[in-house]
Write a protein of this length. Structure first.
Length: 234
């Protein structure tokens, strides 16, 4: 479904990604793990068109997308839920969700998609007329994911969805990601909660200083001693 081939990405004169390659098959949950500054968020931004690689290529469903603007990448079927949620805090829950139905095709399906999101996150239906800025951290994260789903993506990219959440909420959020995947949406997830993401992911890539240093099945990586020592403190 998604092929990232040897991309090199810069912020001005500073190189952030070095020959990064990864792929995502239809129906998978694929994780990207690594420490702060490893290039995980930069990778998602480049896939979604917020950044463009200096070299290398990105293809989605067989078509090159690495030079497309972000709104065309959304139309192609990729939705990006950014780190920090980036909600419109002075707009209601419903208004935030409707902002996700950006494309013409998504607007046609908005009613049905909203119902699916409300089934997945019943609390959002209860709070639909409440300002987004007044929600709890967990509710805000659900809203950010819900807004991402309103574009009817084929691939949902999630960046640090557990960041700032109460520990008891983190397993719930990951269970919801599994449910989204079970409903037919492919997921690429960047996450520092290594234990949760490797238990969830079919496969994962380990990033270090802008490079992919390791790839493997999620549960197999979780059992590796070097991963335990580096990221789990075991």
């Amino acid at each position: 479904m998604l092929e990232v081939n040897n991309i090199n990405v810069f912020y001005g004169a500073v190189q952030a990604l070095w020959d990064v390659s990864l792929n995502v098959e239809k129906g998978e949950i694929v994780g990207i793990i690594g420490s702060n500054g490893a290039g995980k968020t930069t990778t998602l931004k480049t896939i979604s068109g917020l950044l463009h690689p200096k070299s290398g290529s990105i293809s989605f469903l067989g078509k090159k997308i690495d030079r497309l603007p972000p709104y065309d990448i959304v139309k192609a079927g990729i939705s990006h839920v950014p780190e920090g949620r980036r909600l419109f805090s002075n707009m209601t829950v419903l208004e935030n969700l409707e902002m996700g139905a950006y494309t013409q095709e998504a607007r046609k399906r908005k009613h049905d998609t909203l119902e699916r999101v409300f089934q997945l996150f019943p609390i959002l239906k209860e709070r639909k007329n409440q300002l987004a800025g007044t929600l709890s951290g967990g509710e805000q994260q659900m809203l950010a994911i819900g807004r991402g789903l309103l574009s009817n993506p084929k691939l949902l990219m999630l960046d640090e969805i557990s960041l700032g959440l109460a520990p008891k909420l983190i397993p719930i959020i990951f269970q919801l990601v599994k449910k989204i995947n079970d409903d037919g949406i492919t997921v690429l997830i960047v996450e520092q909660n290594i234990h949760q993401v490797l238990r969830l992911a079919d496969r994962a890539y380990v990033f270090e200083t802008g490079k992919v240093i390791l790839e493997g099945k999620g549960k197999e990586l979780l059992e590796r001693n070097d991963i335990k020592e580096a990221y789990l403190g075991i």
